[in-house]
Design a protein around this ligand. Structure first.
Ligand code: DC
Length: 223
């Protein structure tokens, strides 16, 4: 690909964004940035430091003193807070169920968006999240909105956990995903919405490879 475009991938929890975004980035030798991991990292640190998860100004103070690094790992993207590897910890259900509170604080979002824009400054980035096409990279050449039914998203999460030897309850996962969708779409600051110029791909009955191929085709047309 001769032009280093930026690709924004948004969508609700469990729509396959990170798996798909990572594969697209690998294929194009682009940088993959998981913005959800940044909100998770701050949530993890705030819990550890006993900072109120609904106190925007205090969270912003904490974020100002926090270095969040995303590195390319062998199997997955590594997430480091202040040079400490927290890749596994930020996926715990405690962080997962609390991250929406942190992510809805405007002070936090403002700083995160600033950091994310910097990462994409030179192009060649595949970034996934909830507000990438609408706020972080509104001028990106390709915007994709991935969706899937809540049942399908819950069963994917369930399978992922079970495959990793983690005990899971499908009904509970479905409820948690629905709740997170509600919080993410109904929040006041940068709610999850499809950008008007984003291409929606309903992945409910598609394989990961089919979704990746589709996005690569779109990227080729844009470059
Ligand atoms: O993609 P994820 O499930 O790891 O994201 C974790 C949470 O962070 C999710 O509940 C919504 C929030 N988030 C956000 O508000 N904006 C982003 N760009 C990415 C994630």
């Amino acid at each position: 690909m001769n032009k280093r475009i930026n690709i924004a991938i948004d969508g609700p929890a469990g729509a396959g964004k990170s798996t798909v975004a990572r594969k697209v980035a690998d294929y194009l030798s682009f940088l993959y940035i998981d913005t959800g991991a940044m909100y998770r990292a701050l949530t993890f640190k705030a819990i550890e430091k006993n900072v109120d998860l609904e106190d925007g100004p205090s969270l912003k103070l904490l974020l100002d003193k926090t270095v969040i690094d995303l590195q390319v790992g062998e199997k997955e993207q590594l997430v480091l807070i202040d040079h400490r590897n927290v890749t596994t910890e930020i996926r715990s259900s405690h962080v997962t169920n609390n991250v929406s509170f942190v992510a809805r604080q405007s002070e936090v979002r403002e700083e995160m968006v600033k950091r994310q824009k910097l990462l994409a400054e030179r192009g060649g980035v595949v970034m996934d999240g909830r507000d990438i096409g609408t706020h972080v990279l509104p001028k990106s050449e390709l915007k994709v909105f991935l969706s899937a039914s809540v049942e399908e998203r819950a069963s994917r999460r369930y399978k992922e956990l079970v495959d990793n030897g983690i005990e899971a309850n499908y009904e509970q996962i479905k409820e948690e995903i629905a709740l997170r969708d509600k919080r993410d779409t109904e929040r006041e600051v940068a709610p999850l919405v499809k950008a008007s110029d984003a291409i929606e791909i309903d992945t409910t009955t598609m394989t990961i490879l089919e979704v990746v191929d589709h996005i690569l085709q779109l990227a080729k047309e844009r470059a």
